[in-house]
Design a protein around this ligand. Structure first.
Ligand SMILES: *[C@@H]1O[C@H](CO)[C@@H](O)[C@H](O)[C@H]1NC(C)=O
Ligand SMILES: *[C@@H]1O[C@H](CO)[C@@H](O)[C@H](O)[C@H]1NC(C)=O
Ligand SMILES: *[C@@H]1O[C@H](CO)[C@@H](O)[C@H](O)[C@H]1NC(C)=O
Length: 980
């Protein structure tokens, strides 16, 4: 089941930047990665899909072959297989991402899906599943790979939906606020495995809040208004999350003198319960079902135990599916029932549950709702009364007891279920994707997501003491201004960044990144030697940040700094003088020591503050130099404070991911290759199915053809008989061996049939198209002969005039006219030499008064080729048509439409060449003026028309060629899609 959701507000906010002339724009996806459902919103122009988050491998009919890939099913199609093939349907994988295989959450998942065969990934220690569908040597499938397949299926569907020219290569994906860096990496890895670029991850609550903001204006803080606070309570299949968000707007400078108002959404605090969700509620019902089943008389008689049912893959899958159904029914009804035939060891089972029963079972869960809400409020340092509303999101938030629990905390009037609880997050993600993509322009909304966990760094002080410094709290904003930390270390060191993750045995510091300097020692030494810095003045400063797109630690700058005396020439002379007088650098040492606090505490060695830290350190250096001067007692020096300069030298470093080992490059590419091979296998399966469908469809078509009038008229009885026989054979074959035939076999069968049909269809085509083409060719021949005649007449007239003109030369015709006479006399050379404008204009002026026929642009020789061609073409046409007339309709024609078109084309081509020649000749004989003059004269209209047309045609051709060249160029330059 793929459910298409109705379009909504997103369309209003997302404006395509290029609305016209876009051939291949890259569309972007918003993906709401839920536990049970995975939803996608395609931004181009818009479309959304929701499908169950599951992938299934369909077992082969025979034993698995090595290197063969089974058919896959996704979404609800996959879930439909769960009772039949429980060992190869992988639902709700989100719960398992980024977790070590021995995590309690993994054990819980496995207990609920007993047929799945866990295999710990050998290097990563994360979850992978061994599939029974594959041969034994096929490696287990990592959760990330399985999720990658789901993403790929979504990507493919989105591309199908968006149109053939659209590539979907980028996405924004939602993640729960409790996702650790490790879990986020798992999502990113899944996307990368199928070539989907994650523009950003976004927390569930923020995605809902962002969607909420797309259609609203919030109080302007510049105008003294108070922000709004809303909580998003999101309870899905896997977990419950409460997020307090602050909404406000701010006026900021825009380009020029304009101001603009930007809406802002900020996460103030998160609370969550990782296992409070629809799944947990299903499990309550599941456990009750198993209990009741075991206690049913029939099961008792067979001594069925709870454990044996729980470990039975098919029985559990069936029960779980039903449990979910019953739970949904209980949301709207007070009672629901289910029944199972041969549930376990052929024992039937009937089950009934009332809403009251269910709510009693879920009493503890109801309390957990309140706990998550309170945690979020605590983190935000707000009380429930300060919240303007609670926005509900996620399927399980619709459960009556959950709403009751929320009402008890917040009061009836604060619950808002008007935000569509199915779409808000995916819209928010889609909006964010559009915002981050260069192809779209969206309403300006600034978002500030929170870190979710306390995080910091650990290192060893120069004295060998273990140091630890907290840098961020759970409320720290991702992508905020980098923090500058200062180390007293002067030798290369390793700093480990960690996230503090709460666990059953207290908080655990999980390493996320390792920062290693490469040339700190060398750089410090260089500062001492070259810049004359003293060791104790040298500070190692690092700027760190949490990236907005995924919360990873980023080091934006690492450098050593010291206040060195100005090292320009006067400075060095002064240094020399100072040293001479004995108040050189060494004197400063004791003073400096007294001022800088030693590394007694954690905080002393690091100044975890922003830019202020830099300022204060400069100040202290300045103070130092002044004090030095006064200590020296030299009045002159004191009056003129020493020039100092801040020397900053970058330090080379490496920042590597820590924690669960990443796949090596080889592993990654072989994993990618395996997914690709799987996809190719699917592709060729689809191609085979397409061939099968084509062949099947063609046999139906043959049936229709055999009854169609035109087909019968143009085919012989024998032809039809053999076609009918062959089509019959193919149909029969399709129902027997054909169903398993290879694509090549199917294609060759199709060809066999087509070979019989094509000649007849060709005859039909010839018969229908011929008359029109013959008519058109005749028309061209007619025009050509008219043209030839006109030119011939002209030439004759010109010759006659020319001889009569020379005869009457004595009758005092002006000199100018005689120069006109020169014009028609073939050779254009005469006029090529004319540079004098005056002469030309005189000539033209004289023309209308007294001139001969239009200048002739052709010689008889020029006409030779076209005359011959048009004659031979006409002969050919008449001869062929005569032959064709004698043939029956069932015979292949002796004259084809192709041949006729070719002849016509040739004729046009030669005609065009002739026209071009006229243009050239004409250009030689003087500009447009005489052309116009010629037109105005009588008798030779046909000729002048031709001339003008030719000139126009040439102009047009050149214009078209230029346009085409431009188009080709544009096409080449246009990027086809986002490169990854
Ligand atoms: C923009 O904002 C500034 C400061 O708030 C204000 O002085 C200025 O008048 C505003 N400009 C416009 C065009 O509204
Ligand atoms: C250390 O590395 C940085 C960055 O590559 C470089 O700019 C700096 O000059 C290096 N320092 C020394 C002393 O090699
Ligand atoms: C050419 O066409 C004209 C009218 O379109 C017609 O009068 C004339 O007879 C045709 N000539 C030939 C040779 O077909």
């Amino acid at each position: 089941m793929v459910k298409l959701l109705s379009p909504r507000s997103l369309v209003l906010c997302v404006v395509l930047l290029f609305s016209t002339n876009v051939s291949a724009i890259a569309a972007v996806l918003g993906v709401d990665l839920g536990t049970e459902y995975i939803k996608a919103a395609l931004v181009k122009p818009d479309s959304r899909r929701k499908e169950t988050s599951a992938v299934a491998f369909k077992p082969f009919q025979n034993a698995p072959k090595s290197g063969a890939y089974p058919e896959r099913a996704y979404g609800s199609d996959a879930m439909a297989l769960s009772a039949r093939f429980p060992s190869d349907v992988y639902p709700n994988l989100k719960t398992l991402l980024g977790l070590p295989a021995d995590d309690a959450l993994v054990s819980e998942y496995l207990a609920r899906h007993p047929a799945l065969q866990l295999e710990k990934h050998k290097n990563r220690g994360t979850v992978a599943f061994k599939s029974k569908v594959f041969s034994a040597e096929e490696e287990a499938w990592m959760v990330e790979e399985l999720l990658a397949m789901e993403l790929q299926s979504i990507q493919r569907n989105a591309e199908g939906l968006a149109g053939s020219d659209t590539l979907v290569r980028s996405a924004v994906i939602t993640v729960p606020p409790f996702y650790t860096v490790e879990e986020k990496r798992a999502v990113q890895m899944a996307a990368e495995l199928v070539g989907l670029k994650v523009l950003s991850l976004i927390s569930d609550g923020m995605a809902v809040g962002l969607n909420y903001a797309t259609s609203r204006q919030f109080p302007n803080v510049n105008e003294g208004a108070k922000p709004k606070y809303h909580m998003v309570f999101d309870m899905g299949a896997g977990s419950a999350k409460a997020t307090v968000l602050k909404f406000q707007s701010r006026t900021v400078k825009d380009v020029g003198k304009f101001n603009k108002t930007v809406q802002e959404v900020q996460v103030m605090g998160n609370g969550w319960d990782r296992t409070l969700g629809g799944d947990a509620l299903n499990y309550l019902i599941l456990d009750d079902m198993v209990l009741q089943f075991v206690e049913s008389p029939a099961a008792k008689k067979a001594s069925v135990t709870i454990e044996s049912v729980q470990k039975h893959g098919r029985a559990t899958a069936k029960l779980l599916k039903e449990a979910e159904k019953l739970r949904h029914i209980l949301s709207a009804n007070t009672e629901s029932r289910g029944s199972f035939e041969g549930l376990y060891e052929d024992i039937d089972f009937k089950y009934k549950i009332t809403r009251a029963d269910f709510e009693k079972m879920a009493e503890a869960h109801a309390t957990r709702v309140g706990a998550a809400v309170q945690k979020a409020l605590d983190a935000a340092e707000l009380s429930i009364s300060q919240l303007d509303s609670i926005i509900l999101h996620g399927g399980a938030s619709r459960t009556p007891f959950v709403q009751k629990a929320l009402e008890k905390i917040a009061g009836n009037d604060k619950l808002r279920s008007n935000v569509n609880s199915d779409e808000a997050a995916v819209f928010g993600a889609g909006f964010r994707a559009a915002d981050l993509s260069p192809s779209f322009r969206v309403k300006e909304i600034k978002i500030s997501d929170a870190a979710g966990y306390t995080a910091g760094m650990k290192w060893t002080s120069p004295q060998g003491k273990a140091q630890q410094q907290r840098l961020w709290t759970e409320r720290s904003i991702l992508g905020a201004t980098p923090k500058e930390v200062t180390f007293t270390n002067h030798e290369d060191l390793t700093v480990k960044f960690y996230q503090q993750i709460p666990s059953a045995d207290g908080a655990v510091d999980k390493e996320t990144k390792t920062f290693t300097t490469k040339n700190l020692t060398a750089t410090v030494a260089q500062l001492v030697e070259k810049n004359g810095c003293k060791n104790e003045d040298i500070q190692f400063k690092v700027k760190v940040q949490l990236r907005s797109e995924d919360g990873e630690v980023d080091v934006v700058k690492a450098s050593v700094e010291c206040e060195a005396e100005d090292s320009d020439k006067e400075g060095s002379v002064m240094d020399g003088v100072k040293n001479l007088f004995g108040f050189g650098k060494k004197d400063q040492q004791p003073l400096k020591d007294g001022e800088e606090s030693p590394e007694d505490a954690e905080t002393a060695s690091t100044t975890a503050s922003t830019d202020t830290a830099t300022t204060s350190s400069i100040e202290s250096s300045t103070t130092t130099s002044t004090e030095t001067s006064s200590a020296s007692g030299e009045a002159t020096d004191a009056a003129k404070p020493k020039k100092t300069q801040l020397v900053v030298v970058p330090v080379e470093f490496e920042l590597e991911k820590a924690g669960v080992p990443e796949l090596t490059k080889t592993e990654f590419s072989s994993t990618k290759a395996r997914i690709k091979a799987f996809e190719m296998s699917d592709k060729s399966r689809r191609a085979r199915e397409e061939s099968l469908n084509q062949l099947e469809a063609f046999t139906y078509r043959v049936r229709d053809l055999l009854e169609s009038e035109s087909f019968v008229a143009t085919s012989t009885k024998k032809e039809r008989a053999s076609l009918e026989k062959k089509a019959g054979e193919v149909s029969e074959w399709l129902y027997e061996d054909g169903a398993d035939a290879t694509r090549d076999e199917l294609k060759s069968r199709l060809k066999g049939l087509k070979d019989l049909v094509t000649p007849v269809e060709k005859r039909i085509k010839e018969k229908t198209e011929r008359p029109e083409l013959v008519k058109s060719l005749r028309g061209t021949l007619n025009q050509t002969s008219t043209f030839i005649e006109t030119i011939q007449k002209q030439i004759a007239e010109a010759e006659a005039w020319s001889s009569s003109a020379s005869a009457s030369a004595a009758t005092a015709i002006s000199d100018e006219t005689s120069s006109v006479t020169a014009a028609p006399s073939k050779g254009s050379d005469d006029f090529d030499d004319l540079e004098d404008d005056a002469t030309t204009s005189t000539t033209t002026a004289a023309t209308p008064e007294d001139r001969g026929p239009v200048p002739v642009l052709y010689t008889l020789d020029d006409l030779k080729e076209i005359t011959e061609l048009s004659k031979s073409t006409l002969d050919w046409l008449e001869k062929k048509l005569a032959e064709q007339a004698k043939l029956p309709e069932t015979a292949d024609p002796v004259i084809t439409v192709d041949e006729i078109s070719k002849k016509a084309k040739k004729l046009e081509q030669v005609g065009m060449q002739l026209a071009m020649k006229a243009v050239k000749n004409f250009d030689g004989k003087g500009g447009k003026k005489s052309k116009k003059a010629g037109k105005s004269k009588t008798g030779t209209a046909a000729n002048s028309e031709q001339t003008i047309n030719a000139a126009e045609i040439e102009e047009m051709i050149q214009k078209m060629a230029a346009e085409q060249a431009q188009k080709d160029k544009e096409k080449e330059n246009k990027p086809k899609h986002d490169e990854l």
